[in-house]
Design a protein around this ligand. Sequence first.
Ligand code: AKG
Length: 417
Amino acid sequence: MESLTRLPILNFNLKEDLIDLSRIQKHQFPDFVFKNLNFLNLCLNNAQSNLNVINKALYVCDILIDYSWEMLNTNIWIFVEEKWRLLYAFTTLFKIIFLDMQFAGTGSHTDQLIDQHKQNIVKLADLGLLMSGPLMETEFNNIIKIVENTSNRELNFKKRRIEVEQPIKINLNEDFLIKYEKSPSIERFRDEYFYKEMPVIIDNQMQHWPALKTWSVEYILEKAGNRTVPIEIGSKYTDTNWSQKLMSVKDFVDKFILIDKEVSAENKGYLAQHPLFNQIPELKEDIYIPEYCYYLSKDDELESSIDINAWFGPGGTISPLHYDPKPNFLCQVIGEKYVRLYEHKYSNCLYPNEGNILKNTSQIDVEHLDESKFPLAKNLPYWEGVLKPGQMLYIPAKCWHYIRSLSLSFSVSFWWN
Ligand SMILES: O=C(O)CCC(=O)C(=O)O
C-alpha cells in the first residue's frame, strides 16, 4: 500500500514510508523517545488541517530535536552513535512536515512570508543533512530541491562584483621547492610520486573543470547563499579561542569575505573541510575527480568512497601542520595558497599534540618556529610552494602539511584510498 501525505506549501507528495520508524530500534532509546515518535506518527495521520494537533506535534518535535542535539554534542563527531543522528534526522523530517502544514493552515500569505517559510525549511533540511550525514541525504536533498524549484533564485545579495585581491607575494626557498609537473602520465605520476610518497604540484589537469570558469563569490552566493554550513572561527583550530558556528553562506560571505582588509586573525572565518558537494549536488557538476585516482585507487567504488571537501575563505586562513590518513589531491579553484610539507618520518621532530583527538596535528608554528621550545624541528628538510588556480597538489597519505591562503581562496580536496 502506498499512501501519500501532501506537504501543502512545498507541494510535495511525501510517501509515508519515508517516516519508516522501523529504522529506529526501540530498545536503544529511553521510553519517552519512542512514545513521542509514535505520537508524531499518529499526528501525521490525523493532522490534516487540524491546527491543534499540528501545534502539539511541533512542540514534541522541538523536545526531541533538543534532546538529540544535546546527545550529538556530547562527544566528538566520529564517536557519536548513529542512533542519535537517526533520531535527529527523523524528528527534523517530522518538523518540516508539520511546519508546512501549520503554515498552510494559517491563512493566506504574502510572497515575503512564503519565502521566509521556504528558507526556514531549507535551514532545517540543511541541519538534518549536516547532522545525519548520509543517513537521510536523499530525503533532505529532495525537500531542498522541491523548495528551490518553486523559489525565485533572485536572492537579496549585495549586487557588487567581488574582486579577488592580489595574492600576497612570498619568498620561497629554492632548495626546498615542491616538484612541479605539467600533466604527467599516470605511469609517471605513479612511479615518481605515488610510490615514492613525494608531493607534487600538477598543472594542466583541471582545465576542463567548469568551476575554473564559473566560480566566483557571486556564483557561490547564487548556488548556495541560503544554505547553512559550519564555519570555523578563529585563527586556527589549535587555538583555545577557536570555535565553530552554523550560518548561511550569505552571512559567512557578508561577515568574513566582504570585509575591508586586515581583519584580526582571531576573527577569521573559514568554511573548512566541509562536504559541500553532498549538500549541494549542483556544485559537484563543476568539478571532476582527478583522473589519477581512478587508476591508482584500491577501491572499486571510488565515487562513493572518496571524500570531497570544500575549503572557502578569505586571505590569511591557516590550516596548522597536520597529516591525514589518506592520499589527497588539493585542487585550487580561486586564489592562491602557500603550502609546506614534511615527510612522515620526521613525526618525532614535529611535536604532535598529546592525546587522541589532535595527535595528527603538530604543536609548532612552521612559519614562526619557537626554536627554544621545539629544537628538533629546526633545520628539518621540507617542501614548499604556492598553489595557484588550476593546479592540484598531491599530498601523500600521512605527509605533514601546513597551508595558508594568500588571498581569498576556494580549494577542493579529494581524499581517496
Ligand atoms: O587548504 C587548507 O586550508 C587545508 C587543506 C587540507 O588540510 C587537506 O586538504 O587535507
